[in-house]
Design a protein around this ligand. Structure first.
Ligand SMILES: O=C(CO)[C@@H](O)[C@H](O)COP(=O)(O)O
Ligand SMILES: [Fe+2]
Length: 220
């Protein structure tokens, strides 16, 4: 069985109490912290930057921080988030003029490198950079907002991405992001995902441990 990781998206957390929210969700059994960065240019929303990532580290958060960049351009943000304590840094290929170079930049700064693909984007963007990838993130909603509905065609895309990863022989995680919940996570895992972002399905409930437990038990 793959080593599944559950990564709550802090986009749905209470930003007024962010440190406490992150502590609570990690004690409730989360593996990673999914950190959505939006610039009101690449996506029509604006969220948080490297200072908040650094503040979480200074607050004592030691879990892996999985930074999902929805910004353009990406290279300055990659440098700033690597400095701020990110572990994974994932960007959308169309937001970088030279995605291959941006992937190399992430690894050169000691972080794991990921490529994020929107629902309508082909897997081709990953095809020739498999050797430079630690993660492929498939968006199962259009980027910009939490709380949207999972787009079902992503299941076929996950199966195709899983085949590509297995055929490559590289150690690449396959992350799904958007609309993941206790009712669809088993199908998503069966299609090949091993890393699950969930925002509203966790932070939208009163009991994070129950929510994470339900996601995990659906994984079998
Ligand atoms: O990157 C994004 C949205 O752009 C995600 O990480 C969402 O924040 C996930 O939230 P839910 O769909 O699970 O509520
Ligand atoms: Fe995300």
């Amino acid at each position: 069985m793959p080593e599944y990781k559950i990564a709550p998206s802090i986009l749905s957390a209470d930003f007024a109490r962010l440190g406490e929210e992150v502590e609570t969700v990690l004690s409730a059994g989360a593996d990673w912290v999914h950190f959505d960065v939006m610039d009101n240019r690449y996506v029509p929303n604006l969220t948080i930057g490297p200072m908040v990532c650094q503040a979480l580290r200074e607050h004592g958060i030691e879990a892996p921080i999985d930074v999902h960049l929805m910004v353009e351009p990406v290279d300055d943000m990659i440098r700033m988030f690597a400095d701020a304590g990110a572990n994974y840094i994932t960007f959308h290929p169309e937001a970088s003029r030279h995605p291959d170079r941006s992937l190399q930049l992430i690894r050169s700064l000691g972080c794991k490198a990921g490529l994020a693909l929107n629902p309508a984007s082909s897997l081709d963007a990953a095809k020739y950079v498999m050797d430079k990838l630690d993660m492929i993130l498939l968006m199962s909603v259009n980027p910009g907002f939490g709380g949207q509905k999972f787009i079902p065609s992503t299941l076929a895309k996950l199966r195709e991405a899983r085949r590509m990863i297995d055929a490559s022989g590289f150690d690449i995680r396959l992350e799904i992001d958007g609309g993941v919940n206790r009712d669809n996570i088993a199908d998503i895992a069966a299609a090949g995902a091993d890393t699950f972002v969930a925002g509203s399905a966790i932070f939208g409930t009163a009991d994070y441990a129950e929510a994470i437990g339900a996601l995990r038990s659906s994984l079998g």
